[in-house]
Design a protein around this ligand. Structure first.
Ligand code: PEP
Length: 241
C-alpha cells in the first residue's frame, strides 16, 4: 500500500483574517488527482483558527503551531489543546526551532506536549534539527538522537517527525539529498528500534518550494514536507501540491 504524503503549511505569524480565508477557500477548490494519498494541513496562528475551522472542506486539515502541555490552568499567554480540538485541529506542531530558541522550550517540555497532543487523539508533528555550527562540527547525529530520545514518549500511538535543520529554515539553503537521507535513516532506525509500537511518518522542512519538493519526496522513507515561506503564496503552494 502506498504511504500517505503530507504537505504541511506552517504559516507562522502571517496572513490576515481575510487573506487566510481566501487562501483556504482556494485550496478547498483544488482538484486532487491522488485524493486520499495526500494530506494537506494548514497551521495558522491561533487567532485565525476559529474562522478557518468554519471553512474546511474534505481536502484540507487544520493544525496548530503549538499548544501548552497542560489542559488548563494559570498559563498566561498560552493556548489549550481542548480549544484546538474544539476548532477541529487534527495536528499540532511541537518543538519548532523558533519555539525552542525564542521561547527556550526544552526537550522535557516538548515531550509533555507530544504526550498530551497524542492522548487527546491529535497527531503531534515533532520538529528536530541541528544548528549550522553543530553540523560543521559533525555533531548533528548526536543532536538529533538526543532530541528523539528526550522528546518522544515510549508508548506513543502516532507521530510525524519533521527533520528541520535550523540553518535551512527561511534561508533558501537546503541540505544535499545525502545529508537528508542520513538523518532520515537515523530517525527511522530510532523509531523502529526504541519506539516500535509507534506509527510514524518522517517529513522534511527547510526552504522547501515547488522546485525542490519532488526531489525531497524521492528520498527513502520520506513522507512529505513542512513548508514555511513557500506556503504563504497560493500560486507556489498550488504548484507544490
Ligand atoms: C519552518 O519554519 O518550519 C520552515 C520550514 O520554514 P521555511 O520553509 O520558510 O524554511
Amino acid at each position: 500500500m502506498k504511504k500517505k504524503t503530507f504537505i504541511i503549511a506552517n504559516w507562522k505569524m502571517n496572513l490576515s483574517l481575510s487573506d487566510s480565508s481566501n487562501f483556504l477557500k482556494k485550496i478547498c477548490k483544488f482538484k486532487m488527482p491522488l485524493g486520499n494519498l495526500f494530506e494537506i494541513v494548514i497551521c495558522p496562528q491561533f487567532l485565525l483558527i476559529p474562522n478557518l475551522s468554519k471553512l474546511l472542506g474534505s481536502i484540507v486539515k487544520l493544525g496548530a503551531q503549538d499548544c501548552h502541555y497542560a489542559t488548563s490552568g494559570a498559563f498566561t499567554g498560552d493556548s489549550s489543546i481542548k480549544l484546538l480540538k474544539y476548532f477541529k485541529c487534527k495536528y499540532v506542531i511541537a518543538g519548532h526551532s523558533e519555539r525552542r530558541i525564542l521561547h527556550k522550550e526544552s526537550n522535557i517540555e516538548i515531550k509533555k506536549k507530544v504526550t498530551l497532543i497524542s492522548s487527546e487523539g491529535l497527531t503531534p508533528i515533532l520538529c528536530v534539527g541541528e544548528l549550522l555550527n553543530e553540523r560543521k562540527k559533525k555533531l548533528h547525529k548526536q543532536k538529533i538522537i538526543s532530541q528523539l530520545q528526550e522528546s518522544i514518549p515510549t508508548n506513543l500511538k502516532n507521530i510525524i517527525i519533521a527533520y528541520e535543520p535550523i540553518w535551512s529554515i527561511g534561508t533558501g539553503t537546503i541540505p544535499s539529498v545525502y545529508e537528508i537521507t542520513e538523518v532520515t535513516e537515523i530517525i527511522f532506525n530510532f523509531l523502529r528500534k526504541y519506539r516500535n509500537h509507534t506509527k510514524f511518518h518522517i517529513i522534511y522542512g527547510g526552504s522547501v518550494d515547488s522546485k525542490n519538493f519532488k526531489l525531497i519526496l524521492e528520498i527513502k522513507n520520506m513522507s512529505g514536507a513542512l513548508i514555511g515561506g513557500a506556503s504563504l503564496h497560493i500560486k507556489e503552494f498550488k504548484k507544490i501540491i
